[in-house]
Design a protein around this ligand. Structure first.
Ligand SMILES: [Zn+2]
Length: 325
């Protein structure tokens, strides 16, 4: 995942407006073209709402255990041994969860490759689907990168959410847990569309077969194991969903970890957002001082905390509960 650009100015009034204003506007009978709107926060003061005592929660210790096991496979880059081991692990963990394996072939700078998205489906009574997604591959072009947070947490969290959902009656929307493949670039994220292979493929497939029209929300989790949890508000996410996530965080008393700054994320939610699916990216890009741990071999378990996984998983489940109301 990559950051398209920091938009601190909108919140902090730093005056980094990209449009140059005319010093002396020339009166003209013709309408001046409207400047593009500056991306803005949609978060306003939010009051907590009561959460029922039987609301679903994740088991943070289990999430942490999954995170450790996944990292134990080493690098999980596409075509690696660790990637194969992790696929077998996912198949075992999700074998009783209506698991669909979505195989695809894409062209990348390394040549053609085959990838697989994994989708565990928990049926609900309401007509519609909530997708909770995270990528399970790790960075391709950095030897020794184990991606405890970037790749590890985004695999562990949906697995812990699966535990919370499994065997429980669901009166709400169906929940699909999507483990995406080949999110990371092979060579350079910014060149030749070298990114988001699994979700670009799946968004087109779901558009063609009509699935995308049934999706009420696509919730992406990424890098949420960061011990210092702070999730920026993403202007490429659907405003209404951003509000629900912030309400969910507020209901649980975790709002200080969420949406203190604006940002613009290019991540696995984008291919779905571009075909009209409501999307939200819950991403903590501020990993280490100045983001120094992102895509670094220092992205290891000791920079994470079970507590952050617990907070994030519970906020996702509370978001789902609110969407079902
Ligand atoms: Zn990454």
């Amino acid at each position: 995942m990559i950051v398209a650009g920091m938009i601190l100015c909108a919140l902090m009034g730093l005056g980094c407006n990209s449009q140059t204003k005319q010093a002396t506007p020339t009166p003209s009978p013709q309408a001046q073209p409207e400047p593009p709107a500056q991306p803005q926060s949609v978060i306003t003061e939010t009051q907590p709402m009561p959460v029922p005592s039987n609301a679903l929660k994740i088991n943070a210790d289990k999430a942490w255990q999954y995170n450790k096991e996944v990292v134990g496979f080493g690098s999980r880059a596409v075509n690696s041994e660790g990637h194969k081991k992790l696929e077998n692990y996912l198949k075992t963990k999700l074998k009783n969860d209506n698991l669909e394996i979505d195989e695809f072939t894409s062209n990348a700078p390394i040549g053609q490759f085959t990838g697989r998205n994994y989708i565990a489906k928990f049926p609900g009574k309401k007509d519609g689907i909530i997708v909770i997604a995270g990528h399970y591959d790790t960075l391709y072009n950095l030897p020794k990168f184990v991606g405890a947070n970037d790749g590890g947490s985004s695999t562990a969290l949906p697995l812990a959410i699966a535990d919370a959902l499994r065997g429980k009656p669901n009166d709400g929307y169906s929940v699909w847990l999507l483990f995406t493949d080949a999110e990371e670039a092979f060579v350079d994220w910014n060149k030749n569309d070298d990114n988001l292979y699994g979700t670009k493929h799946l968004a087109q497939k779901w558009k063609q077969d009509g699935t995308s029209a049934k999706i009420k929300a696509f919730i992406l989790v990424d890098m949420l194991g960061d011990a210092d949890l702070d999730v920026d508000e993403d202007v490429n996410s659907t405003p209404a969903l951003r509000k629900v996530v912030y309400q969910a965080a507020t209901n649980l008393g975790y709002q200080s970890h969420f949406f203190q700054r604006l940002n613009a994320f290019e991540d696995d939610h984008r291919p779905f957002g571009k075909i009209g699916v409501p999307v939200v990216d819950i991403l903590d890009i501020n990993y280490g001082y100045n983001g120094s741990l992102h895509h670094s071999v220092e992205d290891t378990l000791d920079k994470e905390s079970p507590k952050s996984l617990g907070i994030s998983g519970d906020v996702v489940l509370e978001t789902v509960r609110l969407l079902n109301q």
